[in-house]
Design a protein around this ligand. Sequence first.
Ligand code: CA
Length: 220
Amino acid sequence: MSSRTLGLGDDLHRYLLATGLRESDVARRLRAATAVLPLARMQISPEQGALMQLLVRLTGARHTLEVGTFTGYSALVVAEVLPPDGTVLACDVSAEWTAIGRPFWEEAGVAGRIDLRLGPALDTLDALLAQGATGRFDFAFIDADKANYDGYYERALALLRTGGLVAIDNTLWSGAVIDPQRDDADTVAIRALNLKLRRDARVDMVLLPVGDGLTLARKR
Ligand code: CA
């Protein structure tokens, strides 16, 4: 959840947005169009978008994967910094939400880089693996239903090349991870994945307090 970094007050967040990152005009307008929706909290923060852009550039990513596209802000910002032949394979179950982003993708000139696959992401990822796409991706962003996070992580890791990076969103879950009263499936799944990642020898990792918690794991 949380479309801004946890723990920042209004004034400091405004300062961060004004001085701490760059955001294209198209991305800013897609964010504004999303902010009025009832599920606006599912939107990633602009500071997180800017970090993801830097990570995509740092890894020299060309082929990227996204699990959970919502209204298309994260796909847009990643596509903006990809080379011309770069791709975002974007998985989501909602035609309605993703349709909000498409005109902005087109306006930004990156719609051709975004391959939207509507349907359950586990099925899409399994189909990719069955087609021999193991190791073909450079960067993956996971931000869909939390109960399936472990399944998304395992498949993304298989699809990444060595040295590829997976970014997992909402890993602090608005603080629910340390709330003993919270035992819903989403919270339990996030806690379990956090503990698993901590000792997962297949990756180098860190959980950053950006947005609602963003875990970065680099495939060894
Ligand atoms: Ca999220």
